[in-house]
Design a binder for this molecule. Sequence first.
Ligand code: ADP
Ligand code: MG
Length: 266
Amino acid sequence: MDSEKNCRVIAVANQKGGVGKTVTCVNLGIGLAREGKKVLLIDADPQGSLTISLGFPEPDQMEYSLATAMMKIINDEMVDVQHGILHHEEGVDILPGNIELSGLEISLIGVISRETILREFISYARERYDYIIIDCMPSLGMLTINALASADSVLIPVQAAYLPVKGLQQLIKTIGRVKRQLNPELKIEGILLTMVDNRTNYAKDISMQVYEAYSSSINVFAVEIPLSVRAAEISAEGSSIYEYDPKGKAAFAYTALIKEVIHHGR
Ligand code: ADP
Ligand code: MG
């Protein structure tokens, strides 16, 4: 495929659940769309949280999803990258994910090139988009490996509420392995501190520790996403933080993140 244009594929990954991956995907994707970029969000979590967050409450009832598209590739069938794509009113496209991804992850075990099925799908989609953002599931299993093998970079949300260092090392090791064996161009977009409660010294300590441990080798985003009830509420609203609470601190932070991400790509 030489039709790649300038599409950037960003996997949002952390094997720990509840760190803000999905909320970051929504606001990163919609924030980029607000800057005039064409964006596809891919829900690669069997829980379908991204799909639900964008206002599609029943992903498991959907006939066509990421699992269907990947199954077609496994079976050497033609895939139409527009098939099953949903549109959100704030200007992003989404390829939904649902429970069928769990079954697919198991079927992948016996498949040739099992680590690069998603990459094949994305290679067809690249020409249509400026950004493709993949919301990963909370594990380092085959679906996440597929996402890492497809991506140009990985954005790692880290919740600033506990000592995240150990889990991060495991993730960084996996990223290194994928880079060596499957995707030599893979980069780390950055570590993003999320749910930062600036009223506590504890949050500041964690920010400092992450910065000291990693910033010499990995980008740590200057912006931190604050702890915000409004940010937590967007999933139920089906909208982005820019729509739901445009003047709040979380919207402000995500806007700053968009600037950093766009700047990186230059
Ligand atoms: P993950 O996808 O990593 O599991 P989510 O994005 O689903 O994480 O976020 C985990 C929980 O934290 C959700 O209930 C979400 O609404 C909430 N949340 C996400 N970002 C924030 C934030 N900045 N402040 C407060 N709560 C947040
Ligand atoms: Mg999630």
